[in-house]
Write a protein that binds this ligand. Structure first.
Ligand code: GLC
Length: 733
């Protein structure tokens, strides 16, 4: 906060130091400091113009089925921001011309859009990206997404979503980076830097938006838009870290969430939006509400009407109103009635103008209108899409080295996803098109050309009871040397407002698997989903299982590359696969129960998950050496290095991720049984070894946070853990 005040003072002095502020339009001077331009422009604005900057409507054909609301018939030229739903810059430039040329001060509009995992080149969904454990590669995809979005006239993406999610019934688990705070923090920060670059005004850079602030992933029973119960301590140790990392990475904006946080809605929560984000973390950007989230304060039982909702939200520190128009309707009156202070309005407008100046919108308000082929699906983007898809797929089972395919001349490819394109895009696929997607069938036919024939039969739909296509599937299974069954979810079964009561696939799909397995051939099960699935009943009918998530435009190429062995799978789960829906929530970094042994376990099913966080197989084998530490004790302000050497003992090269966990077995605030604090992924050639290191900063890596967000590290025993290896160290007084 002090930093912002200093900048404002410097700006005022600068403006005063030049010719009188009113004569020289400092805000139009690109050589002037941003803060001076902000102050000069702010000083010229009427209250109406200020309120308009704090409002966002939509422009273009809104195809978001969950948010179809009434588009504003006449968009004022003074509007601050628009969600832009078109795929090129033409409509956007026409609107921008109105703002720049028709409005009194010519303030450009900020165009935002949901570029979540690609714009036209659609990449693997974020939950899958996390399973790559390659944030640099994910960042490459986000860079490409920013360049495509920017070419279409988007200045600002409502991404990355960094909501820790532990309930796979919640559809939005697909949009974030899984169940762990540190994973969401690392991938979220990488996405921010990839979108924004080092200079927001440089070509191809767009502003990022951390969402959904905060705790949305704790939605009760996996339902959407519902309340969450989050203790102050859990808020700090589980849900805030990924947002703090994003703010430290320079995220320009944050989006307030739909959930109630233990009684106080996130979009009217002064503690999170002002005391934490602005005062404790010093965020100098702004918060945009989620769609109609201010109006929804009425549904949530906080505000009696829209005006009261606007008052609550604005005074809590929510700067921009997405879509419901309540700030445009009521903020001026609320200021005139003294219920909202002009100082707060000015601070909010400063934050919006600051981003517009940083983006260079005043100097360069228009987007070049270039042909699509120059902007989208470029070779380097497609290469990144294929690599990210390959590195994110997780080999869950591979009995008797069923994979990679070898010695087969006839392959039966079966299932609702065998020749599907659209659903492999996943949810929130922006301007992605089904015809851009390489289907599993097309990818496999190309990969096995001259090696094996691929027979195709859909077998069944995604759901329903129709078994009329079973016989054809069973026939080709009988003819083939190996059966590949492609099961999973429709793209709309995950994402927003897509909660499901069970993580099992519809029965028809499991029946198809059972039916074709009766041919007695090796069975490879490919799963495409936006969430962990219940695999427990399917497992016995499959010799190999590969989770491909929703891999985007290069789906078929990536899958075929893994099936043929051209690419050795290296993905590992960033979210637990429960044994059944009944186990939910089940996640790796849980605390201990009061009883040990068999007490406190389910009486009817296993209490361990089907596949745990960090699990994933390879076509090669890796042998882990001893875990060593540079010392067995360390001062709180000291440092210590942990090392482990991993050897590729197989006969194919492979990438391996080492996850470094810590455990504080005894603490005044009880801690999870283990916590991820670092990870590294390296290529290890067959027969070679690589040493992985973890440079430990006790406060950062062993410490914890209390209910006020104060990080502390207690003296005493700590354990550094990799797989089944543990090194014990002692933090001294
Ligand atoms: C939606 C989503 C949010 C998205 C916004 C704009 O309701 O919750 O993630 O960014 O509206 O589309």
């Amino acid at each position: 906060m002090a930093r912002i005040k200093y900048l404002i003072l410097a700006a005022v002095l600068f403006a005063a130091g030049t010719a009188s502020a009113k004569d020289k339009e400092v805000y139009k001077d690109p050589s002037a400091p941003v803060e001076a331009r902000v102050e000069d422009l702010l000083g010229r604005m009427t209250l109406y113009e200020k309120v308009a900057q704090l409002s966002q409507y939509t422009l273009g054909r809104n195809d978001n089925v969950n948010n179809l609301g009434e588009a504003v018939s006449h968009i004022p030229a003074e509007i601050g921001s628009l969600i832009y739903f078109d795929g090129n810059a033409v409509l956007r430039n026409a609107m921008q011309r109105r703002a720049v040329e028709e409005s009194r001060l010519g303030i450009p509009v900020l165009f935002g859009y949901d570029v979540i995992h690609g714009f036209r080149t659609v990449f693997q969904i974020p939950l899958g990206q996390a399973a790559s454990w390659n944030p640099d590669l994910a960042a490459k995809a986000n860079r490409a997404a920013a360049q495509e979005a920017s070419a279409a006239g988007i200045d600002w993406t409502f991404s990355p979503m960094v909501d820790v999610a532990r309930d796979p019934r919640w559809g939005r688990v697909s949009e974030g980076y899984g169940e762990d705070s540190y994973t969401n923090a690392v991938f979220g920060a990488a996405a921010v830097k990839a979108y924004q670059g080092d200079d927001l005004s440089a070509e191809g850079n767009i502003a990022a938006c951390l969402k959904h602030y905060v705790g949305y992933g704790a939605s009760e029973a996996g339902r959407d838009y519902v309340p969450t119960e989050i203790s102050a301590q859990t808020l700090w140790d589980t849900y805030l870290p990924s947002f703090e990392a994003g703010v430290r990475a320079g995220a320009a904006t944050v989006m307030s969430a739909f959930n109630i946080i233990s009684g106080v809605p996130a979009s009217a929560n002064h503690y999170t939006m002002t005391e934490v984000l602005k005062e404790k973390w010093g965020h100098d950007g702004f918060i945009v509400s989620d769609w109609d989230a201010i109006a929804q304060l009425v549904n949530q039982g906080m505000a009696a009407d829209g005006k009261e909702a606007a008052c609550y939200a604005f005074n809590a520190g929510l700067e921009m109103d997405m879509n419901d128009g309540l700030y445009m309707k009521h903020l001026q009156a609320l200021v005139e009635e003294g219920k909202v202070s002009m100082d707060m309005v000015d601070d909010a407008v400063r934050r919006v103008l600051r981003l517009k100046f940083r983006l260079g919108l005043f100097e360069d308000p228009y987007t070049d209108e270039r042909p699509e082929e120059e902007c989208f699906l470029l070779p380097e983007s497609l290469a990144a899409a294929e690599q990210l898809a390959q590195e994110s797929m997780v080999l869950l089972k591979n009995e008797d080295s069923t994979l990679p395919l070898s010695g087969v001349s006839k392959i039966a490819l079966i299932g609702p996803l065998a020749d599907n394109q659209e659903d492999l895009l996943g949810n929130w696929s922006a301007r992605g098109r089904a015809e851009d997607v390489v289907s599993i069938h097309d990818g496999l036919v190309k990969e096995m050309e001259g090696i094996a024939e691929v027979l195709l039969a859909r077998g069944c739909g995604f759901d329903g009871q129709d078994t009329t296509m079973f016989p054809e599937a069973e026939r080709i299974a009988g003819e083939a040397d190996i059966v590949i069954v492609c099961l999973g979810e429709k793209r709309g079964w995950s994402g927003e407002n897509a909660s499901r009561s069970t993580i099992s696939l519809p029965d028809i799909q499991e029946r198809l698997l059972r039916a074709v397995s009766r041919a007695g051939k090796p069975v490879v099960l490919l799963l495409s989903s936006g969430r962990p699935l219940d695999v427990s009943r399917m497992d016995r009918y499959a010799d190999a299982i590969l989770e491909i998530w929703q891999p985007g435009v290069c789906a078929g190429k990536a899958v075929a590359g893994i099936l043929s062995g051209r690419y050795n799978p290296s993905g590992k789960l960033a979210i637990t696969f429960p044994y059944s829906t009944g186990q939910i929530p089940i996640y790796y970094n849980h605390r201990n129960r009061a009883r040990r042994g068999t007490q406190g376990l389910y009486q009817d099913i296993q209490s361990t998950p089907m596949y745990e966080f960090g699990y994933g197989l390879s076509y090669t084998t890796f042998e882990y050496g001893p875990l060593t530490v540079s010392s067995d004790s360390v001062a709180p302000d000291g440092s210590i290095t942990a090392e482990i050497t991993v050897t590729n003992t197989g006969n194919v090269d492979g990438k391996e991720t080492v996850h470094w966990f810590i455990c504080d077995p005894y603490s005044r605030l009880t801690r999870p049984v283990k916590e991820l604090r670092s990870f590294g992924k390296q290529l290890i050639k067959a027969g070679e070894s690589v040493t992985f290191r973890f440079e430990i900063d006790p406060l950062r890596d062993l410490g914890f946070v209390d209910g006020d967000g104060n990080r502390f590290v207690e003296p005493g025993e700590y354990r550094i853990m990799v797989k089944d290896r543990t090194a014990v160290i002692n933090v001294t007084d």
